[in-house]
Design a protein around this ligand. Structure first.
Ligand code: BGC
Length: 567
């Protein structure tokens, strides 16, 4: 058994496994691994310096070859691009920068041929201010879409209706001179918030969802899902109680983090819409949704609430691991345990990196003497805990956060708050494919929309693919290992008190049990690995090996008597 389960870097085998995925399985999302593509930065096919749908389609074999289940494509719908697509001006078309609906259909067809599901980003909470709905809504107080956005009168002194703040700084209310009212925007001024308390808005958004389902998409990532509904009475948010202050995850130098967001988001009324949304998805074979829950205080509990039972969302995506530096056991274990308590039957989706946060290759491993070991450890943890997983493009090759010169910054958040907040450009630089090609093979343009940092070139896919010991091959190996062990995909999780500094848990599914031990202590730890504990893989130099587990290493094993002993 040892021999047969030892992982070998064999690209062709992983690609074949991906093709044989059972597409008809309605439950495919449970434990799925989803690869996030940020379309502007994945592959440019027409030399304009910006990635596009045809480029993504051409690179799908890379994604399928990793052995993931699905691809999530960040927004590509028509948009003035103030927030790079998270400001939609037409929900039923592709922005010309990215291609056409025909390109999208071709991408979906190619993905399905390769055994990949396609999930797209639905940005329903707000639109662009250049969406025709908003143009009509702001015209006067009586037009047919007058209440499609959140409008409110000024207070007697002319100030905004309440104390709500925008995620991107300042009040979340903007004065409209035409209507002589304020409108709500939780993000940029040009991202007015749709009024989900209005049934016609809900209906319109369900129609948009149906449009994409009918085009063959397999699911959605729901942007800012906990922001859909606002408090109809527009009550002030209270200040955040001191017990919840957390300088690391929610620094108070951002005024947004000083409020308890009871009223501008997180409303219980949202559940009624989520049920309608789920009923629509259930009418399609195997359609699924992940809700992005941006909330640091009660986000985990909200995720539980949104995913429990069978009439709400399938999965929710948490922010809890998106800010941590090299974590300690207490940064991980309590989060996962809290989720299990919030909803034992709910389902989380975890990520360490995405297009909004500093890449974990930098957060976890910058300056670390054995950087690659830390990145392998990160991959192994992410792919072993209970839940589905989102991998962010480039993490499989170890792309780091890029330092962007002030004059190259394009993210409006970074432009406004630089240098205290440098914005999100550093995690959005292009994917690097070929180390010796100009711009890493991302584009033929001399100036891509964000620079390709020279230090990324040696990490390019062509340098790692098929190379034993490379990070890319480690991801492929671990993904193949995960797929062949249902306990890691769908199993329950129980944490084990092993030794200080060790993150240890057991995954169990239909009689298969796997124990996973990760050394986060920074020191070698004697793990007293029992002699009768079977080794199940060769994924880490120390796996199943000596009694001492080196710092930053993992061990996986299984044996019934061992579990009995620990219990
Ligand atoms: C997206 C961001 C975006 C924001 C507003 C988020 O959570 O991931 O990129 O700026 O929603 O749509």
């Amino acid at each position: 058994m040892l021999e047969s389960e030892t992982i070998r870097p064999d690209h062709a085998t992983a690609a074949l496994e991906a093709v044989s995925l059972p597409l008809a399985d309605r439950d495919w999302w449970r434990g799925a691994v989803i690869y996030q593509v940020y379309p502007r930065s994945f592959q440019d096919s027409n030399g304009d310096g910006i990635g596009d749908l045809a480029g993504i389609a051409a690179r799908l074999p890379h994604i399928a070859g990793l052995g993931v289940d699905a691809v999530w494509i960040s927004p590509f719908m028509t948009s003035p691009m103030d927030d790079f697509g998270y400001d939609v001006s037409d929900y039923r078309d592709v922005d010309p920068i990215f291609g056409t609906l025909h390109d999208f259909d071709a991408l979906v067809a190619r993905a399905h041929e390769l055994g990949l599901k396609v999930m797209i980003d639905l940005v329903l909470s707000h639109s662009s201010d250049r969406h025709p709905w908003f143009a009509e809504s702001r015209r006067d107080r009586t037009n047919s879409r007058a209440d499609w956005y959140v409008w409110a009168d000024a207070k007697a002194d002319g100030s905004p209706p309440n104390n709500w703040l925008s995620n991107f700084g300042g009040s979340s209310w903007e004065w409209d001179a035409g209507r002589q009212q304020y409108y709500l925007h939780n993000f940029l001024i040009s991202q007015p918030d749709l009024n989900f308390n209005h049934p016609a808005v809900q209906d319109a958004m369900l129609d948009v969802t149906r449009f994409w389902l009918d085009r063959g998409v397999d699911g959605f990532r729901l942007d800012t899902v906990n922001f859909y509904v606002h408090d109809a009475e527009l009550r002030d948010n209270p200040p955040l109680a001191e017990a919840h202050w957390n300088e690391r995850t929610a620094p108070r130098d951002r005024p947004y983090n000083r409020q308890d967001h009871l009223y501008d988001k997180n409303r219980p009324e949202n559940l009624a819409f989520l049920r309608r949304f789920r009923a629509l998805l259930d009418a399609y074979p195997a359609a699924t949704a992940i809700g992005e829950v941006g909330e640091l205080i009660r986000g985990i509990e909200l995720m539980g609430e949104y995913t429990r039972g069978t009439d709400r969302l399938h999965m929710c995506y948490a922010f809890d691991f998106l800010n941590t530096v090299l974590p300690e056991v207490d940064d991980i274990r309590p989060v996962i345990e809290r989720f299990s308590q919030a909803a034992a039957d709910g389902w989380p989706c975890w990520a360490f990196s995405n297009h909004d946060v500093v890449r974990h290759a930098t957060r976890w491993a910058a300056g670390h003497e054995d950087r690659e070991a830390i990145l392998r450890l990160a991959a192994a943890i992410l792919l072993s805990v209970r839940g589905s997983v989102c991998l962010y493009q480039g993490e499989e090759i170890g792309q780091t956060e890029a330092e962007i010169a002030y004059e190259d910054i394009v993210d409006p958040w970074g432009k406004r708050f630089w240098p205290t907040i440098k914005g999100r450009d550093g995690c959005r630089t292009p994917m690097v494919w070929e180390s010796d090609a100009p711009q890493g093979g991302f584009t033929t343009a001399a100036h891509p929309w964000l620079p390709v940092p020279p230090e990324h070139l040696p990490m390019a896919v062509d340098r790692q693919v098929g190379q034993a010991g490379s990070l890319l091959e480690y991801y492929r190996a671990f993904l193949a290992f995960r797929r062949s062990h249902p306990a890691l995909v769908r199993g329950d999780i129980a944490f084990l008190d092993w030794a200080p500094g060790l993150l240890a848990f057991r995954r169990e599914f239909e009689g298969e049990r796997i124990v996973c031990v990760f050394n986060l202590s920074g020191q070698p730890v004697d793990i007293a690995w029992p002699s009768d504990l079977e080794r199940v893989s060769a994924l880490g130099p120390e796996a199943g090996g000596p009694a001492k587990l080196a710092a930053g290493r993992l061990a996986l094993g299984r044996h019934d008597s061992f579990f009995a002993q620990l219990n």
